[in-house]
Write a protein that binds this ligand. Structure first.
Ligand SMILES: [Zn+2]
Length: 137
């Protein structure tokens, strides 16, 4: 499997656990203890009922392609060398949608609704940082 490396965002107290889990090859989502709904991106409160009583859960890693775009040109230096790449929104089996990249699939083979599974791409030069991406199940 060939991966591009990624620039990771700087984590803060509300996302540090998410990125630590990604480095363990686990995809985390948050569930609300008040209304039981799950959400993504991770927040310290529930976006549905505003409760701050939320906890992390390990997502199944299963998803379907909600939408995608094949990026063939990007003048931003960090991205110029990786074109073409596939920017996508996937719908996690648990419900939330997530912005990601689709990897290990020819763009012409991608279909809306196709089943995909999380994978973890190296995200730096130290081989200990990973970022969630998705590929064919
Ligand atoms: Zn809630």
């Amino acid at each position: 499997m060939a991966y591009q490396t990624y620039q990771l965002p700087v984590s803060d107290s509300s996302t540090e656990e998410y990125w630590s889990a990604a480095n363990r090859r686990e995809l985390l989502i948050k569930r609300c203890n008040s209304c039981a709904r799950v959400h993504f991106y991770p927040r310290p409160f529930c976006p549905f009922c505003w409760s701050t009583n939320v906890h992390w859960e390990i997502a199944s890693g299963l998803a379907t392609v909600y939408t995608f775009s094949v990026v063939r040109q990007n003048d931003t230096p960090e991205f110029a060398s990786r074109v073409p790449y596939v920017a996508a929104i996937v719908e996690l089996a648990e419900g939330p949608r997530m912005m990601t990249n689709l990897v290990n699939v020819e763009p012409s083979q991608i279909l809306i609704g196709m089943a995909v599974r999380v994978d973890f791409a190296p995200a730096g030069q130290d081989e200990t940082s990973f970022i969630p991406v998705f590929g064919p199940e």
